[in-house]
Ligand binder design. Structure first.
Ligand code: PA5
Length: 490
């Protein structure tokens, strides 16, 4: 029997942080909105057509079959048996969840020590940037014959991932020979995109080349760790069944209608009120655990892409009864809390100064770990620190940080993890995903698209001469060039 996550929301209320916290009246006043948000979310989740169409199918990911898990584990075993290194290529939702899992669920210094990674392959992440330095050093130092490449891109069109794949392919071809395609697995859309086309082409020639794993329909990148991350989890020896069990448990806790009994709803509702009524526009996520820092980075994408939006949402019903959401261009929102990732205790010597004495415009969420995987006692006697456990000091530091914030009336809350395990991490991710989905309802936004990231892509494609860019996009770029006055370039 696993111990469940706990949530301490005390310091988000006015009885703790005075005028910077939520009052009982404010909570009461938001009850009708919360009830409607809960009703609507439940309705979409219960309707398979809307769920897939609106990209909420991620709620079903923890229910994947034993057969699917076993198939992925078998592929992972084959790869681990034959290769010393695996490079995962992907960016955004096709990278951040994997990196978060790697750091949270695999031992630290994984690549450095064979015993630590139980003789499994080393794991590298690339294709998440256009910085030439990292990929070139990696490829210069790995042996292509001993390296497997997993490329992950739902659209199959993302520039960073594509560029890295082209390079990695050329490197494999040169170093591993004509059958190099057998050293590549592609995780991409089951039907669309140029990566899918490539998979189909290569598979037609050689079924062992460019093998591919299915992505479920209706799951957006940042909500897809339990889909596109599975091969990585299996390769790194993570217990996928425990992960799913944790996520399922959290889904059930976060499906209760009453926000006061539903951790994700209450978290979202309190943050919504703090944003709307107290101008708390920054969301700092501060795990007191080095291994959860990348989970905070994953959360940045989740919150920023889901809730930082230009327009409110307009809901329509299609002829088959499914909901259709469109941006309401008459109703500009242009808001969204800005996420910041930090970690205890290192950032207590950094951002903490601003958290305590800078503008009171933030809400800090701590993640506290009750039991770490290692015990480490400071030896000796007679010193203040002698005989103390690192983990006890970590917990004390978290409590002290909480106290320091409350003393200055800075709203904060704490998510308590009994331990960092596949079960609790699965639950944690699902908690955040449910909270973001609920907050999207409160704001009446589409939390599952990211139209704002298209601007830079279009500009790049235009400059690169990509064919097929819509005429209006070309016109917009041409008529709005970047303006540079040389006197301001020093
Ligand atoms: O959340 C999302 O959908 C995006 O951030 C994507 O994950 C990101 O743009 C990468 O896209 P793709 O997987 O298509 O390469």
């Amino acid at each position: 029997m696993e111990t469940e996550l706990k949530f301490d929301f005390n310091n988000l209320f006015s009885f703790s942080v005075k005028e910077h916290g939520v009052t009982p009246q404010e909570l009461d006043a938001a009850a009708a909105l919360a009830q409607e948000a809960s009703r609507h979310l439940k309705k979409i989740i219960a309707d398979p057509l809307s769920r897939v169409n609106l990209s909420l199918e991620w709620v079903k990911l923890p229910e994947q079959s034993e057969e699917d898990i076993a198939q992925i584990e078998s592929l992972a075993r084959q790869i681990a048996k034959e290769y010393e290194n695996v490079i995962f290529l992907g960016i955004g939702g096709s990278y951040l969840g994997l990196k978060a899992a790697q750091d949270a669920l695999c031992p630290p210094y994984y690549n450095d020590f064979e015993r630590v990674r139980k003789n499994g392959p080393r794991v590298y992440f690339e294709g998440n940037n256009l910085d030439p330095d990292t990929l070139s050093i990696l490829l210069d130092n790995l042996d292509p014959k001993k390296t497997f490449v997993v490329v992950i891109s739902k659209s199959g069109e993302t520039t960073e991932t594509k560029a890295a794949l082209i390079l990695a392919e050329a490197w494999l071809k040169k170093g591993a020979g004509v059958n190099y395609g057998r050293q590549i697995v592609a995780i991409t859309d089951p039907e669309k995109g140029s990566l899918r086309k490539r998979v189909n082409l290569e598979q037609g020639k050689d079924p062992l080349s460019f093998r591919s794993l299915p992505l479920l329909k209706g799951v957006g990148g940042r909500f897809s760790e339990f889909n596109m991350g599975l091969l990585h989890l299996a390769l790194s020896g993570v217990d996928i069944r425990r992960l799913f069990a944790g996520a399922r448990g959290m889904l059930s806790r976060c499906s209760v209608d009453d926000p006061l009994k539903n951790p994700a709803y209450l978290y979202a509702l309190l943050h919504y009120i703090l944003y709307q009524k107290k101008a708390k526009s920054l969301a700092v996520l501060m795990p007191f655990s080095q291994t959860l820092k990348s989970t905070a980075d994953w959360y940045i994408q989740l919150l920023a892409e889901s809730l930082g939006k230009k327009y409110h949402r307009q809901i329509q019903t299609g002829p088959d009864g499914r909901e259709i959401w469109e941006a309401n261009r008459q109703d500009i929102f242009n808001r969204g809390r800005t996420p910041i990732s930090a970690s205890g205790t290192n950032d207590l010597h950094s951002i903490q100064q601003n958290n305590v004495e800078g503008e009171n415009n933030k809400v800090v969420t701590f993640i506290r770990v009750e039991k770490f995987n290692s015990e480490l006692k400071i030896p000796g006697e007679g010193e203040l620190l002698s005989g103390r456990d690192f983990s006890a000091l970590m917990q004390l530091a978290q409590e002290a940080t909480e106290w320091a914030l409350v003393r200055q009336n800075r709203p904060n809350c704490t998510i308590i993890l009994p331990e960092v395990s596949a079960y609790t991490w699965g639950a944690l991710l699902f908690f955040f995903q449910m909270a973001v989905a609920f907050e999207g309802e409160l704001f009446n936004l589409n939390a599952f698209d990211q139209p704002g990231v298209e601007g830079y892509k279009n500009y790049m494609y235009y400059k690169l001469g990509k064919p097929g860019i819509p005429e209006e996009v070309v016109e917009e770029i041409k008529s709005h060039p970047l303006v540079k006055d040389h006197k301001y370039i020093l």
